[in-house]
Write a protein that binds this ligand. Structure first.
Ligand SMILES: NC(=O)c1ccc[n+]([C@@H]2O[C@H](COP(=O)([O-])OP(=O)(O)OC[C@H]3O[C@@H](n4cnc5c(N)ncnc54)[C@H](O)[C@@H]3O)[C@@H](O)[C@H]2O)c1
Length: 322
């Protein structure tokens, strides 16, 4: 197989893992109109077939598209390969608890992709997403820019939503990022947060909120604990992340060069090297174009480094065992 024989089809997407996250992402992507072909792969073939049938029955109300259950030979020319396969987080289980189970699953999936010389972008969603994106880079041999994790795109969306509620303003006008691990060691970048250019504390005061420390702590904890709070109530989270997947795909296939806090390999940034975590990055048709040098306060840099160390310890443990 070579690229000439299998040129990339920019209108084709593959989803590996058709559980709650994979099928919700497929549903969001189907409605986006970004693709004309979508192949679904799951270890449980019936599941993939059922999802493809169910989604296809909605096409008369959307746009024509070919949605089908397939296998790895079908992904070769996909522009984006989304991986959502894996065990989901159970109540009380941290994302890092999942690591061993899902690294083992990746050891069966990623070599299948790598052996087919796919030229598309690999978008990892399974958790712990940073460690699994790191695993995918190592196992695939793909250039680092072509392997992206959904990272803290979802967490930043939660952050904007909660800030929008707090300030009674459209969340799309809020500029704020959650960075670091997609998990317990993540941090909110308060120093650069703004509403349409107005520094966040000034905007808070304009809306009558004076207890900055209390509000910052409460909002951060609410973002960080969102997944636990949802899992406790309904067993899994999937709609929010599906919208995050759709947004990342949009930036890739339309070469939008949007700045999104995806997770990617970090080299020599903020004293951090050779670990995958989330930082605002320019995302386009080549995947990660550049990590944006967002100004951080000394305290934020310290927290980011602590987050990187947490991830590094896990990565080392996983790959020493391997
Ligand atoms: N990154 C994020 O923001 C985010 C948010 C929510 C969930 N997640 C993660 O997404 C993953 C999926 O969650 P879910 O709720 O869809 O779980 P799920 O159990 O509903 O679905 C997992 C699917 O993966 C399939 N699968 C397992 N091994 C496979 C393999 N080797 N090849 C192909 N398919 C395989 C299963 O058959 C199942 O259909 C979990 O790791 C979860 O923690 C990530």
């Amino acid at each position: 197989m070579n690229r000439k024989e299998y040129p990339i089809n920019p209108l084709k997407i593959a989803i590996i893992g058709c559980g709650m996250v994979g099928s919700s992402s497929a549903f969001a992507l189907m409605q986006s109109g970004l693709f004309s072909e979508m192949v679904l792969i799951d270890a449980n073939r019936d599941r993939a077939e059922g999802e493809a049938m169910d989604l296809s029955h909605g096409l008369p109300f959307a746009r024509p598209m070919n949605i089908y259950a397939g296998d790895y030979d079908d992904i070769v020319n996909a522009a984006i390969i989304v991986v959502t396969a894996g065990a989901a987080q159970k109540p009380g289980e941290t994302r890092l608890d999942l690591v061993r189970k899902n690294v083992a699953i990746f050891k069966s999936i990623i070599p299948e992709i790598a052996s087919r010389q796919c030229e598309g972008i690999l978008l990892i969603v399974s958790n712990p997403v940073d460690i699994l994106t790191y695993t995918a880079i190592r196992l695939s041999g793909f250039p680092e820019n072509r392997v992206i994790g959904s990272g803290t795109v979802l967490d930043s969306g939660r952050f904007k939503y909660l800030l929008g509620q707090h300030l009674s303003v459209d969340s799309r006008n809020i500029h704020a990022f959650i960075i670091g691990e997609h998990g317990d060691s993540e941090l909110a970048v308060w120093s650069g947060a703004s509403v349409s250019g107005v520094p966040i504390h000034d905007f808070c005061e304009m809306r009558g909120h004076m207890d900055h420390d209390g509000a910052m702590e409460r909002l951060y904890q609410d973002v960080k604990d969102s997944a636990y709070a949802i899992i406790k109530r309904k067993g899994a989270t999937y709609y929010g992340v599906a919208m995050a997947v759709r947004r990342i795909c949009e930036s890739i296939v339309r070469d939008e060069k949007s700045v999104l806090p995806i997770s990617s390999m970090v080299h020599h940034k903020y004293g951090i090297d050779d670990i995958v975590l989330s930082l605002p990055a320019i995302v386009g048709s080549e995947g990660v174009e550049a990590i944006v040098p967002t100004p951080l306060s000394p305290e934020e840099i310290q927290k980011l480094q602590a987050s990187a160390n947490t991830l590094k310890a896990v990565a080392e443990e996983v790959f020493t065992d391997a």
